[in-house]
Design a protein. Structure first.
Length: 290
């Protein structure tokens, strides 16, 4: 059967900004932007609350930035919130906005999340500050034990053996060694900054990485053996079936060769569907598997 051609009004609707609302909502969430959306006929009105915009919080700056970025949209001031409101008349203008402002943040946050995941798998609790061009990896620990563990994962297990890490001089030398080590791993120079601790504060090491350097570091860490694979399995299960899935080892002893996965009925169905999407899953009782 031949499809009926779209009428002029249907073509306009299909290309309207309102038709791209879900795409914009998802992009704003992935980019970490707070920006409520309202539909105004075929247009979308977006109130910009985020401080991560490439224009200052003024109508004048937004009006100048939009055409410079190739975006067919208008800016106005919300008299109640005193926030900039952008109005998009077409799906194309929405896509251009996503590409110009949101996609760099989406890419950076995705890169950061991948690095945070692999660090967590290895038991490293680090903080990552995200920018559109670079990441700041913050390692906080007494005598930088976490930095020593990171170096061990990168193939330098003895990096701090001969250093007096209880003294500022030893921490400075360790920081320098870590900088050279990571520079070699990612293939280009990185910068580091150390803040010495005191009786009430741990030492703080900040490692500045470009996004490409962060991706290379992530790939290298993925090759390192995980001391307790249950941590990685727990994280991956959580992403697949939701929070609450439980991974334990007999006697709760890391390093054993058997793991117990406990799921509730809904999680069991989600996991089964993920493993075999074509299978019609019937309701099941709680599932425990070895």
């Amino acid at each position: 059967m031949t499809a009926k051609p779209l009428t002029v009004s249907e073509q306009a609707t299909a290309g309207s900004a309102a038709a791209a609302r879900q795409q914009l909502e998802e992009a704003l969430e992935e980019a970490g932007f707070l920006a409520p959306i309202e539909t105004d006929g075929a247009c979308l009105r977006v109130t910009m609350y985020s401080s991560k915009c490439r224009f200052a919080d003024s109508v004048e700056d937004a009006t100048e930035w939009l055409p410079q970025s190739g975006i067919d949209a208008t800016a106005a001031l919300d008299e109640k919130t005193f926030r900039v409101v952008l109005t998009f008349p077409s799906a194309k203008s929405v896509r251009m906005f996503i590409a110009a402002l949101l996609q760099p943040w989406i890419t950076a946050r995705t890169t950061s999340a991948a690095l945070a995941d692999v660090l967590s798998d290895h038991g490293l609790d680090c903080t990552i500050d995200v920018g559109t061009a670079s990441l700041s990896l913050l390692v906080t620990d007494d005598e930088l034990d976490a930095a020593v563990l990171l170096a061990r994962l990168l193939g330098a297990p003895d990096i701090g053996t001969d250093l007096p890490r209880h003294r500022p001089r030893g921490i400075r030398r360790l920081t320098e060694r870590v900088r050279w080590l990571i520079t070699g791993v990612v293939g280009s120079p990185v910068s580091t900054e150390i803040e010495h601790g005191c009786a009430h504060e741990a030492d703080r090491l900040t490692i500045e990485l470009t996004l490409e350097q962060a991706r290379r570091l992530t790939q290298r860490l993925l090759l390192a053996e995980v001391a307790d694979p249950s941590a990685r399995l727990q994280r991956l299960l959580g992403k697949t079936v939701g929070a609450g899935a439980c991974v334990t080892t007999p006697g709760h002893a890391p390093g054993t060769d058997r793991y117990t996965i406990t799921l509730d009925p809904d999680q069991a169905r989600r996991l089964t569907h993920r493993l075999d999407p074509d299978l019609d899953v019937a309701p099941a009782r709680g599932l425990t598997t070895h």
